[in-house]
Design a binder for this molecule. Structure first.
Ligand code: ISL
Ligand code: CA
Length: 555
């Protein structure tokens, strides 16, 4: 099969609000991004995924769009966008836009029309239902952000569905006019010259027939994931592909909440009939409490994590394409999650985690600041939190007596999406060089030592380590195409795997712990070249040091 450009690429994700402010209002913006594109080029990434920059009332920081063909006021103008795109292309960087079309903002003119009367031509653009006979809600699904997915609208006496906030009404994809509108809008952006789409919760667009009730969870509601992989999902994506995507050479990645491996083989099939790849969530759930889920003490369970990642490596090989990620704007920082925040180990563990992911098959995604080993924020009060998901669930859990305030804050430190959204740490000057004003979210106090300027100036920094990993993928076919095999599946602290392509092979060894581990390198790799490692002296025979990683290459 002919190689696609995105199969050897690394994507850098920007959360525009937190990347670089250019005018001192404390909010990142498009001119700010433009001014930092060289930095991304320096890292070696091939493409940038921009979280939403469209017109939005910012109930969910741009994931609630009120005009798909305009720019968010705080971020700048369409002229700023065009300048950014041109600069990116001149540097050889592709631009992948976030596409949020499972829902719009309630301030989008479609919804304003839709809610105005039962027989408005836009009524059927959204999902309206009557309450149950007994006066109950249309069904028992719970929103991702806490509470029901149904909001009663006085004006017409019916409920509309919102899988996310009530300011994010779900679009009705079963209506062909909605699909026409969305496809036309996508084409408009593609005509501008953008290089792909990251499709927000695209797995949720086809709702199941009859919207049946589900099994309630601890919070009293059935999961909104009941809407995942619905009956017309693949039909709609194939239609989108046929009518829009197939006309261009794009990177498309579907964020697929609730996706199974079986489904992914269809979404991300190498035949190109739907999308290039998907973001799956199984490995993100691997540290969740088996009963209480994500808002409970985290359980590091390395055998489980290895099982999930290895299954995706194995079962998509030759059939579909993986995306590889630890961090994004919805996840706590991976160093705080699976590595160490301790100063003596932070960088070592960040490099280990990077190696573990970047030596796998798929397209790696680096979220802003991950390449510096940025960590979670030490939140001390709920008043510091901005994220609608954190606030919604915090309130819902407290109201139900499922946790105390103190536990709630502890949970924020571990899990809040705002951990990823604190401003990018550029240098050691005030506000980490992010803004001259007051940042919209606090800057992590560790910016004085953890920042890009310091790391760019130091050869053994996390930044330069990522740079080497990204360059290796460019040079080595075995990283792109090698067959994956997991070794030591049951080991509680070591993640070891091989990649093999013809005569070439890699042995990837990762110590996911602060303890020294005993490990005997298999005989056939004893004299192999060290491709990359996070310690600059060889490990003592038969041992691995805290958070140590090394990749051995043999041919
Ligand atoms: O997985 C989550 C948190 O751990 C969810 O909150 C996750 O955000 C959700 O599955 C889908 O995320 C996407 O759609 C949301 C938006 O808030 C997220 O930022 C986005 O990535 C609604 O548009
Ligand atoms: Ca600004």
């Amino acid at each position: 099969m002919e190689e696609k450009w995105w199969q050897r690429s690394t994507v850098y994700q920007i959360y525009p609000r937190s990347f670089q402010d250019s005018n001192g209002d404390g909010i990142g913006d498009l001119p700010g991004i433009t001014s930092r594109l060289e930095y991304i080029r320096e890292l070696g990434a091939d493409a940038v995924w921009l979280s939403p920059i469209y017109k939005s009332p910012n109930d969910d920081n741009g994931y609630d769009i009120s005009d798909y063909q305009d720019i968010m006021t705080e971020f700048g103008t369409m002229a700023d966008f065009d300048a950014m795109l041109e600069k990116a292309h001149s540097l050889g960087l592709k631009i992948v836009m976030d596409l949020v079309v499972n829902h719009s903002s309630d301030e989008h003119r479609w919804f304003v029309e839709s809610r105005s009367s039962r027989d408005n031509p836009y009524r059927d653009y959204y999902i309206w239902r009557e309450g149950k006979e007994d006066g109950g809600l249309p069904n028992n699904w719970g929103s991702c952000f806490g509470g029901s997915v149904w909001e009663y609208d006085e004006k017409t006496g019916m409920y509309y569905m919102h899988l996310f906030s009530k300011k994010q009404p779900d679009l009705n994809w079963d209506n062909p006019t909605v699909r026409d509108e969305v496809f036309r809008m996508m084409d408009w952006w593609l005509q501008k010259g953008i290089d792909g789409f990251r499709m927000d919760v695209i797995s949720l667009i086809s709702k199941p027939e009859g919207l049946p009730d589900g099994e309630p969870e601890a919070n009293g509601y059935a999961t909104f994931h009941l809407a995942a992989n619905g009956p017309h999902e693949h039909e709609y994506l194939r239609e989108m592909n046929r009518r829009v995507l197939s006309k261009y050479d794009l990177l498309t990645v579907g964020e697929c909440a609730g996706v199974t491996l079986e489904e992914a083989r269809s979404y991300a099939n190498l035949d190109g009939s739907e999308l290039s790849m998907v973001f799956q969530f199984e490995h993100m759930d691997a540290d969740f409490d088996p009963v209480l889920g994500r808002y409970a003490e985290q359980h590091k369970d390395l055998p489980r994590l290895k099982e999930v990642l290895s299954r995706w490596q194995r079962d998509l090989e030759g059939i579909a394409w993986n995306s590889l990620y630890w961090d994004n704007h919805d996840q706590p920082r991976v160093v705080s999650r699976y590595g160490s925040e301790k100063e003596e180990y932070r960088e070592t563990s960040a490099k280990m985690l990077a190696t573990c992911l970047h030596m796998m098959q798929g397209t790696p995604y680096v979220f802003q600041g991950e390449e510096l080993g940025m960590t979670n924020y030490p939140w001390t009060s709920i008043d510091q939190i901005n994220d609608i998901e954190s606030l919604g669930n915090y309130r819902a859990y407290l109201a139900k007596g499922l946790m105390t305030e103190e536990e709630g804050i502890r949970m924020m430190r571990r899990r809040s999406r705002d951990n990823a959204r604190t401003p990018m740490q550029w240098d050691a000057t005030k506000n980490a060089g992010f803004t001259t004003g007051t940042p919209w979210l606090p800057v992590n106090p560790n910016y004085v030592t953890v920042n890009a300027a310091e790391q760019l100036a130091r050869a053994d920094s996390v930044f330069h380590y990522y740079q080497r990993l990204i360059a290796l993928r460019k040079e080595m076919d075995v990283i792109v195409w090698g067959h994956y095999e997991l070794l030591e599946p049951e080991h509680p602290d070591l993640f070891v795997y091989t990649r093999t392509l013809g005569e070439e092979s890699l042995l990837v060894i990762c110590n996911f712990s602060e303890e020294e581990q005993t490990y005997k390198i298999p005989a056939e790799y004893r004299d192999s070249e060290v491709l990359i490692a996070n310690y600059d002296t060889p490990a003592p025979a038969g041992k691995l040091r805290p958070w140590e990683t090394l990749v051995l290459y043999r041919r």
